[in-house]
Design a protein around this ligand. Structure first.
Ligand code: EPZ
Length: 435
């Protein structure tokens, strides 16, 4: 099985360019279905979740061509088609095809995307909101069926600011008849990116960036060219890697304005962060505008007392496991509280195998007492961000760490092994046969 072999204890040095955002690219790719025209989506991350989304679009009859750093998608000939199989059940983000399919075809048949290791992942908020817009849902064994005679605007107050539900409502509302208002909408930057793409296609959306969105439905949308913003979670991953291992790195294109809570925690742990608007090019000496984040890591991270995940702009749940990994080597005790998902502490077990002193105080709270050095071990990734956390722990640990289950990590990271190697880490990806 695919594995990373890591020899820890090396401070990181150098520069890494941050990839396009997985969680921004996926709903935007789904939204290309709404135009029936040519859309070019640039800076798309080359990750398996994007490949799965492209497969879904091709199965619907979209013509997809690779362009230099993304895809050109022509959805003129798209037709409704049952969506099932691994690309659906194995990938929560296929859920945003729900709103896109209903807006374009007025029908959808989709195998329920199902839960995953971090939680049951219900879709009640999606279904309730779309039903208010004129959709009738039924269940045929494991297949979710949605039909509408025509979507109409609605007043929707979300019980929880669900990212996915906000995306599905947006995708339905932009082609609905009349006005839709979403109260308690998610404010994650990925929502803003989707609104930006939809607006470039001619959609009328007010309140972008706030928790109250007002959408005037249009008859049609036209094609557009869109560049996916940088991935704030991938940037946070390398920020925390440097915080855990020490050294100095430059995260090129890091969307620092969307990372305030993550930067604040890194600084609490002892990192020194500096926003960069331009970087003097080493060779020719002329200044080029290159947004990014310069980070100096501490010799040893400090404990933080308490950190709690919350919706944006709070500390993101997707960074929680990686915070645990860094705090496992910190000087002191910290409490990490998870408030978004009900089962997002699975990484505790493999971290303990690496010598971490971390335990659950309740189902939503973990207590971690930092140890001077973690010890290398063979550990298995159980999901995307937990896998990234184990890689960070391996970079901090003494000796060799083998992280298996790397396909999970490839769902969200283009090439974490190469990125970290370019920062001086001793990491190789290879294969591992269980002994
Ligand atoms: C998105 O998932 C992201 N995925 C997740 O990133 C991220 O952790 C999450 O938002 C929160 O920021 C993508 O964008 C593809 P939610 P999503 O709907 O939309 C409950 C990663 O690692 N809920 O905001 O599924 C739900 O159970 C992934 O990149 C309902 O109860 O998240 C959860 O407890 C992991 N009913 C909470 O809301 C619903 O109908 C947050 O879910 C929908 C959600």
């Amino acid at each position: 099985m695919k594995a990373f072999h890591i020899y820890g204890g090396v401070p990181l040095q150098g520069k890494v360019r941050i990839q396009g955002s997985k969680n921004a690219a996926l709903p935007v790719l789904a939204a290309t279905l709404l135009t029936g025209e040519d859309c070019t989506i640039r800076n798309c991350p080359q990750i398996t979740d994007v490949e799965h989304m492209i497969c879904l679009l091709k199965n619907l009859g979209c013509r997809v061509r690779h362009v230099s750093d993304g895809y050109r998608i022509d959805s003129a000939c798209a037709k409704p088609h049952d969506m099932s199989g691994e690309a659906i059940t194995g990938m929560r983000s296929s859920l945003c095809m729900l709103g896109a399919m209903l807006a374009r075809f007025h029908e959808v048949r989709m195998e329920h995307p199902g839960g995953c290791v971090i939680g049951e992942r219900p879709i009640d908020l999606h279904l309730k909101a779309l039903a208010k817009m004129g959709v009738t849902f039924s269940q045929e064994e494991r297949v979710l069926v949605g039909r509408t005679n025509g979507l109409h605007g609605a007043q929707i107050a979300l019980a929880f600011p669900s990212v996915g539900a906000t995306e599905n409502i947006l995708l339905a509302a932009v082609l609905a008849d009349g006005e839709t208002c979403i109260q308690n909408a998610a404010r994650e930057p990925e929502i803003e990116a989707l609104c930006c793409f939809l607006t470039s296609c001619g959609a009328q959306i007010e309140g972008v960036g706030t928790d109250r969105l007002r959408i005037q439905g249009c008859k049609t949308l036209h094609g557009a060219v869109f560049t996916v913003p940088a991935d704030r979670i991938v940037a946070g991953t390398y920020l925390f890697a440097c915080t855990g291992c020490g050294g100095e790195v430059f995260l090129e294109q890091a969307p620092w304005e969307q990372m305030q809570a993550v930067i604040a925690l890194a600084e609490q742990m002892g990192a020194v962060c500096q926003v960069c608007r331009d970087v003097r090019c080493a060779g020719c000496g002329f200044s080029e505008t290159c947004a990014g984040l310069y980070v100096q890591g501490p010799d040893r991270p400090r404990a933080v007392g308490r950190v709690q995940t919350s919706v944006y702009p709070g500390f993101p749940t997707d960074m929680q496991s990686m915070a645990l990994a860094v705090l496992a080597g910190a000087d002191g005790e910290s409490v990490v509280q998870e408030t978004i998902f009900e089962n997002r502490f699975r990484v505790i077990e493999p971290l303990r195998k690496m010598g971490a002193d971390v335990r659950l105080r309740s189902s939503s709270e973990a207590v971690v007492r930092g140890v001077p050095r973690l010890s290398g071990a063979q550990v298995e990734a159980g999901e995307l961000r937990g896998g990234a956390a184990l890689v960070l722990a391996g970079l901090m640990a003494r000796g060799e760490t083998v992280v298996t289950g790397c396909d999970y990590i490839g769902r969200g990271y283009e090439n974490i092994g190469k990125d970290l190697k370019n920062l001086g880490a001793r990491i190789v990806s290879g294969y591992f046969t269980k002994t």
